[in-house]
Ligand binder design. Structure first.
Ligand code: ZN
Length: 293
């Protein structure tokens, strides 16, 4: 294995064998055998390791503050070692003793699968494909679109060979139901939309990937029947279509093609929220406003 493993907080190296075994189990499904551009860092203080690497820490990264998306198991970040290099930080506190499982809240999933997901993100960067909007194009919607595209590409590639043991379809259905209920009941719609819509987009990206079909209508029909987003007729078919049209993370794609996909996904996300009754607008200086339509 050409990959070197690192440990932070504390920096002592434990018995390496189980960690090497864990990483090896994740490399092949992500086709990341040549992972020399990637570094895996097991951190006992995940938030601190992530914040250490943020160019502008801003408000500071907190793994517990993800708009209801759950705790972060691992994060792929730009590495100072080179433009196409990544550092994958693994939240060691969430790993079971034998490194086979991850426990987050009531959910339990395969630990190597979470790492394989990150290797696929690193693969996209290694090939030099864009995964975020350009610095001058960063808006609420472009950020959502690129993140939704990137997460969907990664999960669709992985779901094909390694079915997830986390119920992404059920998770999206439950989260979506709570989101719609919140829209009707919350005294602060702006905070609700800005706080939870990003996580909803991410969960839909995973659910459409996990549906394992190529037809958007079939993907939507795989969603649990109790989902309010299905019952209310707020079925995001156009969004599912734009996601399924994008190449998965193991398929090389020219930058212009990905930019076009991100653009279509941005429009589909905007109409989805509009169908739910709201719109988000961004003003000069980065201020955002949430309005009912
Ligand atoms: Zn991801």
């Amino acid at each position: 294995m050409s990959l070197t493993l690192h440990f932070e907080y504390p920096n002592q190296t434990p018995d390496l064998r189980p960690y090497e075994h864990f990483v090896k189990a994740a490399l092949a499904p992500a086709r990341a055998e040549d992972a020399t551009a990637t570094q895996v860092i097991f951190s006992g203080n995940f938030d601190r390791s992530v914040n250490d690497r943020l160019a502008s820490p801003g408000r500071g990264f907190r793994s517990t503050h993800r708009g209801g998306a759950g705790l972060t198991v691992a994060k792929t970040m730009k590495s100072p070692r080179g433009v196409n290099c990544s550092d994958i930080i693994v939240n060691r506190a969430l790993l079971a003793q034998d490194l086979t499982r991850v426990r987050v809240g009531g959910m339990s999933g395969s630990a190597p699968r979470f790492l394989a997901h990150e290797f696929l993100h690193a693969g996209i960067r290694r090939r030099g494909e864009p995964s975020t909007p350009g610095d001058s194009e960063r808006t609420f919607w472009s950020t959502r679109a690129w993140r939704t595209l990137d997460e969907h590409r990664v999960e669709r590639a992985l779901c094909r060979t390694w079915p997830q043991d986390v119920d992404y379809l059920g998770d999206y259905a439950d989260f979506g139901t709570d989101f719609v209920r919140g829209l009707r009941e919350t005294p602060d719609v702006a905070q609700h939309v800005l706080g939870f819509f990003p996580a909803l987009c991410e969960k839909l990206a995973y659910a459409i990937a996990a549906a394992g079909v190529t037809d958007p209508v079939a993907a939507i029909h795989r969603l649990p029947r109790h989902s309010v987003l299905r019952r209310d007729g707020l079925v995001p078919v156009a969004l599912a279509k734009s996601l399924l049209a994008a190449p998965d993370a193991l398929t090389l794609a020219p930058a212009e093609e990905l930019v076009a996909h991100a653009d279509r996904i941005r429009c589909a996300l905007q109409s989805w929220l509009r169908d739910l009754g709201y719109t988000v607008e961004m003003f000069e200086g980065g201020m955002v406003g949430v309005y009912s339509v």
